[in-house]
Design a protein around this ligand. Sequence first.
Ligand SMILES: Cc1ncc(C[n+]2csc(CCOP(=O)(O)OP(=O)(O)O)c2C)c(N)n1
Ligand SMILES: CC(=O)[C@@H](O)[C@H](O)COP(=O)(O)O
Ligand SMILES: [Mg+2]
Length: 650
Amino acid sequence: MTEPLRPELSRPSTPMLDRVAGPADLKGLGDAALRRLADEVRAEVISVVSETGGHLGSSLGVVELTVAIHAVFNTPLDKLIFDVGHQCYPHKILTGRRDRMRTLRQGGGLSGFTKRSESEFDPFGAAHSSTSISAALGFAVGRDMGQPVGDTIAVIGDGAITAGMAYEALNHAGHLGKRLFVILNDNDMSIAPPVGAMSRYLAGLHAPGPLVALKAAAEGFEAALPGPLRDGARRARQLVTGLPGGATLFEELGFSYIGPVDGHDMPALLATLRAARARATGPVLIHAVTVKGKGYAPAENAADKGHGVNKFDPVSGVQAKAKSNAPSYTGVFGNALTDEAGRDPRIVAVTAAMPSGTGLDIMAKRFASRVFDVGIAEQHGVTFAAGMAAAGLRPFCAIYSTFLQRGYDQIVHDVALQGLPVRFAIDRAGLVGADGATHAGAFDIGFLSALPGFTVMAAGDEAELVHMVATAVAHDQGPIAFRFPRGEGVGVDLPARGVPLEIGRGRVLREGTDVALLSFGAHLHEALRAADILAEEGISATVADARFAKPLDTALIAQLVRHHAALVTVEQGAMGGFGAMVLQWLAGAGLLDGGLAIRTLTLPDRFIEQASPAAMYADAGLTAEDIAAQARTALARGRIMPRRGGLRVV
Ligand SMILES: Cc1ncc(C[n+]2csc(CCOP(=O)(O)OP(=O)(O)O)c2C)c(N)n1
Ligand SMILES: CC(=O)[C@@H](O)[C@H](O)COP(=O)(O)O
Ligand SMILES: [Mg+2]
């Protein structure tokens, strides 16, 4: 467990919470007691996250909401589904996991998201956004078909509700008309300030003003009327208020809309939830207005509202600084792209609600009008970029590997099939640490390399990343992608300016005679370390950086297999990626016919649980020692080779 920075300050007194073993203990409490309980839960969240780091602001914003839902509904029979799940810390504290909260996001500890395997109170796992309404609707159908399910409640943020999936679900839920509760947790923040017309619309719904108050009053009146009169009353309200369409978008979609309600006013929340629970017959949307970071000034005052924090001093809110020896890959990418954008006005960039996470905030500072935050809308972002490419621009789509999965059909259908030169900057490639398996960048090598016409690169270090940005700028022949990991680089000197790489050509960093280690991506330094380990045993290893999974440097690979008894490929990705591409090419070229010993080191065929990235790679069998061990065994079985040199060293 992580040591607290100031242990004497980090454990608040929580007499009420101490008596809560689970949601059942909330049932007998009155409104005032529930409000006090919420205060204690908030203190506990601050205390926990000060020791562990994590998603502080989002969790603080839903404290009252979480207490109220558990007090009014009957979980776990009723299914409470948090969208993304990053705001679930109060929920975990109230559902029997308080004693393990200080293991949050660590190896062997509690997940930072909801997770089915962790608790019966987590009916549906999450971490990627905007899935909650679909899942809740699925549970509602299960209930109506006789399964042991009570009510279903989706809690979704104003950021998450900007994604296409949420509308698909609202549309379907409105059509089915089943009893279902969607609680819109509207804190007017995503990770960054929210963007888009939907965000403006929601703000309009809770803007103070006479029209809105009148509308709310009219709605209350309407609800009391018998069915046949309700339509007339609604039309009258539309005339009186003049609000667009009169009804909210949600009502137009077939939901009953309740709100906006102050999501920190416990009596108001409880009354709203009780009334909705007692009377709902179909889908209901409860619009709760909350404050991200609520009740903790350092979070409320932070630009990101304490979205994701390191451990911190609970009194001052000052976060521990991670030691850094080299610039982050993300920062190197952001700076390199900004430099390129300074030279080429056709360069534009797209982020799906992650401007700082992707480094595009750097470019936005100089070229605001050329950086587009599309909201949590990876699918739209990809096709939008394809449109800009078709129009003659040079779009960079900067999306984490894990979230790019959302846009795969768009990558296939809108980008690859049309051969459009969209540049994909794929951050968070490989294992990412505390966010765990849901955020691992495992699959992009395989899913992109399978597409005709795609060029797929991975940066061996941060200097290579600069060159890959330049390569992507210059590549107008079709789609191109480059991947790089989370965190800091290896500390190599950065070039003053990127130089486009020759497409499909790798490089040899170290020339040996016995075994060839062919790395694709940022595990290059592990391959170099493996070569050092092998050298101590008298085994001479060549280390090559493939740079490209597609097109492969087949001349280099042919040379490696000709000159070595064994070949080991290394990548930070799942099976079916770079190693598979190499194997397939070797087989097709007949180069396996002579009994070459090959090992393809990838992530294993299972999801790797959260821990530090180093521990996760150890779990995956992808350390330098693992690479050396595989090289050793491959060599022991490989054919006997005369020792020859002759490789090109770049
Ligand atoms: C598909 C997908 N894209 C991006 C993200 C990254 N992400 C996590 S939380 C978040 C913002 C969510 O905002 P909101 O739903 O309003 O919740 P809040 O943090 O404000 O409570 C984003 C963009 C994600 N989890 N899933
Ligand atoms: C919840 C979520 O998806 C993001 O907040 C994620 O945790 C960000 O991860 P990074 O810290 O790698 O940007
Ligand atoms: Mg929000």
